[in-house]
Design a protein. Structure first.
Length: 528
């Protein structure tokens, strides 16, 4: 599924330690494939051990930041985090209402950041009333943790029942839904079962998939988030509690993920961010926001670099193709002085080539798994038939008949090349087989271009038709089509580092086998 990139705005504080605030928000947006913009409410001096200082941004400048983004860029979702004080909270409300006067505001996720994990106050007391009465009614979803919900409700929350009641009470403030996070509350499976018995829906990572948990020990402690919706039933989202210190910025991350997805999967994103995090600092380190991203080993084609996938194998073994070209240019360049017996011996040594071409065509057709690949395989087969006609015509010039072609004895080099081709074709996937074909296709195309320069004048050269065919527009057009095909396949299914290394090894091996193939022919000709 192709993700359509969206633009999001986060209105929150800056975390100098990089684990929370707009830094966490922007990384989360990027991890979901979206573009993030920001308006900073306050600057903090903080690290993994705590907050050492906070300085608010002037309200007028905060409004200027928000207007600067919204006046120029279409924003598809918004989120708020730490607003610092009453003036900046009111500035945020006024900015949003000013830009969306008719109430047609994109989804707004409000993370009511009030206090840090280390106990540092992040919202002035006089801002709480503005937050409750002016901002929360604009929100699509509000995401308080246990401490923030207790502050908003002025009462304690000590159980799942309290969380459910608290979520429903917060709905009365005018927001459309409340996701009350239970990370600060110890919960067991029996607690969840007790609530589920009342008809409340429970959603977990292993829901309705028993085989995933059949041979595992059930977690003794859970993290339960409670979702209460104004127009729907309540839902409990359960996850195993993770014993981790990489929890700094979990609230920012979850609310940013909700702004991207507004779906159940956002809690899974945060859960995996904690599980896969690398410890950073001496306190509560940040999550791994980019856990779902994999570095693209092959960049996408661009006008300046149209063949990144095709260039990588050659860069991995830069001398192999050049040695192959030189091995072919040498006999072609001296062909005028060769005796007919030598030329017949050279071609006789290469007679099994059609068998290799036929095997390649059959494997391509068998491996093609989509209509574009079937079309490409069909075109390749047509190109192979044309190539076979070229070889037959050249062989006929030197007295080699169809019977000679069909009855030729395979050399060790031919069997090695053919066996490797079949082995790769049968064991690998379509792309790996295309790499085999590419090695031959690109090799012959490169040799054709080398020969036009290295063989001098083609007048009187017995290889003339062969050289002109491989250097001509027909074969070079097939090379271009092959290059474009492998680029499309690599872009649609990017390889892992190990898979890319395998591709390069296959290309290098095929090119060396091709060179050995030619060296064998030259040896046979010289011994004639």
């Amino acid at each position: 599924m192709t993700i359509q990139q969206r633009t999001l705005l986060t209105i929150a504080g800056s975390d100098s330690g990089g684990g929370a605030g707009i830094q966490a928000d922007l990384r989360t947006f990027a991890a979901f494939g979206h573009f993030g913009t920001s308006a900073i409410t306050a600057l903090t001096a903080q690290n993994t051990t705590g907050v050492q200082g906070v300085r608010g941004v002037p309200p007028a400048f905060l409004q200027q930041q928000i207007a600067s983004v919204l006046d120029d860029i279409e924003v598809h979702a918004l989120k708020t985090g730490m607003l610092f004080d009453a003036a900046n909270t009111l500035a945020t409300v006024n900015s949003l209402k000013s830009h969306y006067p008719n109430g047609e505001m994109p989804p707004l996720v409000c993370d009511p950041v009030c206090v840090s994990t280390s106990g540092h106050s992040l919202l002035a007391p006089d801002a709480l009333d503005i937050l409750k009465t002016r901002l929360l009614p604009l929100a699509t979803v509000v995401t308080p943790n246990k401490s923030e919900a207790e502050l908003l409700l002025s009462r304690s929350i000590d159980s799942l029942e309290d969380m459910l009641d608290g979520g429903r009470e917060l709905l009365q403030l005018g927001c459309r839904s409340v996701l009350l996070k239970g990370g600060h509350l110890t919960t067991t499976s029996s607690d969840v079962q007790r609530i589920a018995a009342t008809g409340i829906r429970v959603a977990g990572s292993d829901e309705n998939v028993r085989i995933l948990t059949a041979n595992t020990t059930a977690p003794t402690e859970l993290v339960v988030d409670v979702l209460c919706e104004a127009d729907g039933p309540a839902t409990l989202f359960t996850r195993p509690r993770i014993d981790s210190f990489s929890t700094h910025g979990t609230g920012c991350t979850l609310s940013a993920a909700l702004a991207c997805a507004l779906a159940e999967g956002a809690s899974t994103y945060t859960h995996l961010g904690i599980v896969t995090a690398t410890p950073i600092g001496h306190g509560h380190g940040p999550l791994n926001h980019l856990h779902s991203l994999v570095r693209r080993q092959i960049p996408l084609p661009t006008p300046a670099n149209p063949h990144p996938a095709d260039a990588l194998p050659h860069r991995a073994s830069p001398d192999t193709l050049e040695r192959l070209c030189r091995a072919r240019v040498r006999p072609a360049a001296r062909a005028r002085d060769a005796s007919p017996r030598l030329l017949r011996a050279l071609y006789r040594a290469r007679l099994p080539l059609p068998a290799i071409l036929r095997a390649r065509a059959r494997l391509l057709a068998a491996k093609a798994a989509s209509y574009p690949l079937i079309a490409a395989a069909t075109q390749t087969i047509n190109n192979i038939l044309t190539e076979l006609d070229t070889h037959r015509a050249l062989c006929a010039q030197f007295g080699l008949t169809a019977e000679d072609l069909d009855g030729a004895e395979e050399s060790a080099e031919t069997m090695a090349y053919g066996s490797y081709l079949l082995d790769v074709g049968l064991q690998g996937d379509t792309t790996k087989l295309l790499i085999v074909v590419l090695a031959c296709l690109l090799g012959y195309g490169e040799v054709g271009l080398w020969l036009t320069n290295g063989a001098g004048s083609l007048e009187g050269n017995p290889y003339r038709q062969w050289i002109e065919d491989y250097a001509g527009p027909g074969y070079q057009g097939a090379v271009t089509a092959g290059l474009e095909l492998i680029e499309k396949v690599a872009a649609a299914d990017p390889p892992s580092p190990a898979r890319l290394e395998d591709w390069c090894a296959v290309w290098d091996r095929c090119t060396k086998l091709e060179k050995a193939f030619w060296d064998m022919g030259l040896r046979a000709g010289n011994n004639e």
